[in-house]
Design a protein around this ligand. Structure first.
Ligand SMILES: Cc1cc2nc3c(=O)[nH]c(=O)nc-3n(C[C@H](O)[C@H](O)[C@H](O)COP(=O)(O)OP(=O)(O)OC[C@H]3O[C@@H](n4cnc5c(N)ncnc54)[C@H](O)[C@@H]3O)c2cc1C
Length: 388
């Protein structure tokens, strides 16, 4: 076993979606960057298998497509669990750069004809989801990180951060195959280790995918806490809806396209219970679905039979963008969205941001700085929400 010692300007702990974006931004500004990841950055993290929705307003004509309307939406759906100034800094001030960067690294959000394919779900007042092919987003990000000369330590698990005079000045980790240790001194350390979902086993023991990246076990939050940083919103649990027997969320694309929740009596319950119907915030959909099941009106289904042909064709072509195995699942169960509704169920609870627009984890300010000097956080490890 060897011990390697490195010195850098910026140490990034976790090379998922947030970490690779942070690495690119720092390296483009001329900083010396080291990225450490438990896996290989081209396929690690929640979107290692792909992603298909990007949350954005685009300043087109409708009133809901502005920054002000977007912030109102976040405020409303966040129910007081978010920090407006951070949301403004992460989702709004950085939005243009993030969209440009996607195009620059070779995974643009636009369709081949240059337009954006936009859908609406989860309580949105308008079509804030840009539906795109993010199948190769992580490989593109990984390639860009390496091309910019960042030092990437794949398969290195960070164990702890070290401090001097109360400030974080680096971290220590080991290579999970060779056992070699890495001691990394840094002027700034960014924790981007994702959420804590995989603290738990998958209680459903379902086949196919499991919900979220297996490496996201909350290490970054623990490291930051032990170094003296504050965590917040950690007490929340969240649930989602999934096709029955499939352990990854699979309903957003369907509701975004216009799918309808229906109970076993054939009642479209969300349309009666919530003014936004099937496109209500996720926690309302979960709540009312559980209510249906508990009241004996389950099983519950997602009905897409009424969708226009071109929407069904688009759905079929794009469902595998972020979940490779969802099309296989549907095919192997003999499910045909045109012919019959697909049975869905409520997922296990998970520790995550309290709502789809607010987060939990290392408490940060609008510059992504944690509550102790030298430490920053971004992505799902930080107390604001996701960066896609
Ligand atoms: C299947 C799926 C589909 C999704 N689809 C969408 C979507 O369409 N739109 C959307 O907005 N959001 C979507 N999300 C959510 C979104 O993907 C996440 O919010 C986002 O990826 C979080 O990025 P992150 O960088 O914070 O975490 P991650 O991308 O999960 O990255 C965390 C990284 O940290 C590394 N790591 C963890 N611990 C350590 C350690 N101790 N040492 C070193 N490295 C470590 C992990 O290996 C991992 O690479 C989806 C999530 C899933 C699971």
């Amino acid at each position: 076993m060897e011990i390697y010692e490195l010195t850098t300007d910026v140490l990034i702990v976790g090379g998922g979606l947030a970490g690779t974006n942070a690495a690119i931004a720092a390296a483009e500004k001329g900083a010396k960057v080291v990225v450490v990841d438990k896996g290989k950055i081209e396929r690690s993290g929640d979107i290692g298998g792909g992603v298909d929705h990007f949350l954005a307003y685009l300043n087109t004509d409708p009133e809901w497509d502005t920054k002000e309307a977007f912030l109102r939406y976040v405020e409303k759906v966040g129910k007081g669990t978010g920090y407006s100034e951070i949301i403004e800094s992460v989702y709004c001030a950085e939005l243009g750069d993030a969209i440009d960067r996607m195009a620059r690294i070779g995974n643009p959000l636009a369709q081949p004809d240059g337009t954006f394919y936009r859908t609406r779900s989860m309580g949105q007042p308008g079509t804030y989801w840009i539906n795109f092919n993010g199948k190769r987003l992580k490989p593109c990000l990984g390639k860009a990180v390496r091309k910019l000369g960042c030092k990437v330590l794949d398969k290195v698990m960070m164990l702890s951060l070290f401090t001097r005079d109360g400030a974080v000045v680096g971290g220590i980790g080991f290579h999970i195959r060779s056992g070699h240790f890495f001691v990394i001194h840094a002027k700034a350390t960014i924790v981007s280790t994702g959420n804590t979902n995989r603290l738990y086993e998958n209680p459903r023991i379902n086949p196919f995918n499991t919900w979220l990246c297996p490496f996201d076990t909350g290490d970054g939050q623990v490291m930051a806490f032990r170094a003296g940083a504050a965590l917040s919103n950690m007490e929340y649990m969240r649930m989602t809806l999934l096709p029955k027997g499939f352990a990854a969320p699979g309903f957003n694309a369907l509701t975004g396209m216009g799918g309808r929740f229906v109970n076993t009596l054939g009642e479209y319950y969300m349309e009666k219970k919530h003014p936004m119907g099937n496109r209500a915030p996720r926690y309302d959909v979960v709540f009312y679905t559980l209510e249906e099941i508990r009241s004996g009106r389950g099983p519950i289904y997602m009905d897409c039979r009424h969708l226009a042909d071109q929407d069904l064709v688009h759905l079929k072509a794009t469902l595998g963008y972020d979940k490779d195995t969802l099309p296989d699942y549907l095919e192997q169960r003999g499910e045909d969205l045109r012919q019959r509704p697909v049975e869905i169920t409520v997922s296990e609870g998970m520790q995550a941001g309290p709502t789809e627009v607010t987060g939990s984890g290392i408490k940060i300010d609008r510059d992504s700085a944690a509550t102790i000097p030298g430490l920053y956080a971004c992505g799902d490890a930080a107390d604001h929400n996701r960066c896609v």
